[in-house]
Design a protein around this ligand. Structure first.
Ligand SMILES: Cc1cc2nc3c(=O)[nH]c(=O)nc-3n(C[C@H](O)[C@H](O)[C@H](O)COP(=O)(O)O)c2cc1C
Length: 183
């Protein structure tokens, strides 16, 4: 079972990316993860799409389509999702063969605020739901006050947070099996 990791923050020292990397150490047996980049996507423009999908978007669409599931790490920007993440979702959402159709997705959010991105999750869930993605309802994982949970090298050191992420990944595996569409 191969999952694709997508991080909604583009910054080098992103704590969402640090948490996503930590997930690699917490995967259940039989699951592997590859983390992709959304940094090279141009801003979505239907004219550009119609003229020929740019390579980075083509690549992302194929990566999502080929993955058994997608794991999203999302920052909260102004109570919602980052433009970078929305842009990536949009590029993969246009027909034909929109990539989110029937795709199992799990998500978590990492933020500096005390709520851990509680508000962003429902926006991401709402957006992906109407694209017929199947977003794992629970467990919900909100990593708040994030800077205190990582060391200076970006290693996730907080044991409770590691356990929350491990539980999310453990729950994601049967969700992928349950949502698998017979082709
Ligand atoms: C434009 C912008 C808006 C932000 N808005 C919120 C917010 O609404 N809620 C919140 O908890 N943190 C907010 N933050 C702080 C982020 O939680 C913090 O920068 C976090 O580290 C971003 O994730 P990253 O480390 O993966 O880049 C915002 C940061 C930026 C740059």
């Amino acid at each position: 079972m191969q999952i694709l990791g997508i991080c909604g923050s583009l910054r080098k020292a992103s704590l969402n990316m640090a948490a996503l990397r930590a997930c690699n150490e917490l995967l259940p047996s039989g699951m592997t993860m590859r983390i992709t980049s959304i940094a090279d996507l141009p801003m979505f423009n239907q004219d550009v799409f119609d003229a020929g999908i740019p390579e980075p978007a083509k690549r992302l669409r194929a990566e999502i389509a080929e993955a058994d599931g997608v794991l999203i790490a999302s920052p909260e920007y102004n109570f919602s999702l980052s433009a970078a993440l929305k842009n990536a979702i949009d590029w993969a959402s246009r027909p034909p063969n929109q990539s989110w159709q029937d795709k199992p997705v799990a998500m978590f959010s990492v933020s500096q605020g005390p709520l851990g991105g509680a508000r962003v999750q429902y926006d991401v869930r709402r957006i992906l739901g109407q694209l017929w993605a199947h977003v794992l309802p629970r467990p919900e994982v909100f990593i708040g006050a994030a800077p205190s949970k990582f060391d200076a090298q970006g290693k996730l050191t907080d044991e409770n947070t590691r356990k929350f992420l491990a539980d999310l990944l453990t729950g994601f595996k049967p969700w992928i099996e349950r949502m698998r569409v017979k082709k």
